[in-house]
Design a protein around this ligand. Structure first.
Ligand code: ZN
Length: 68
């Protein structure tokens, strides 16, 4: 698990999931992507993408934590 994260980081093609703060492979985001205000966000799973799309500001401002 940790080794896998390190590999993602080393390739520098990982983005942070704004909902759960996991590192997501930008080439194969498990939850797809979501464009918001000209920026593309990547998600580890569909649940995070749905949560973000409902309240992008809440997650980007840090007001909202992970609720799973
Ligand atoms: Zn996530």
């Amino acid at each position: 698990m940790v080794a896998r994260f390190m590999n993602l980081l080393r390739r520098s093609e990982a983005a942070e999931d704004p909902v759960c703060h996991m590192q997501v492979d930008m080439k194969k985001p498990g939850g797809g992507t979501y464009d918001y205000q000209g920026k593309t966000y990547y998600f580890c799973g569909p649940g995070c993408r749905v949560a973000f799309s409902k309240d992008p500001e809440g997650y980007l401002s840090g007001k909202k934590g992970m609720k799973m």
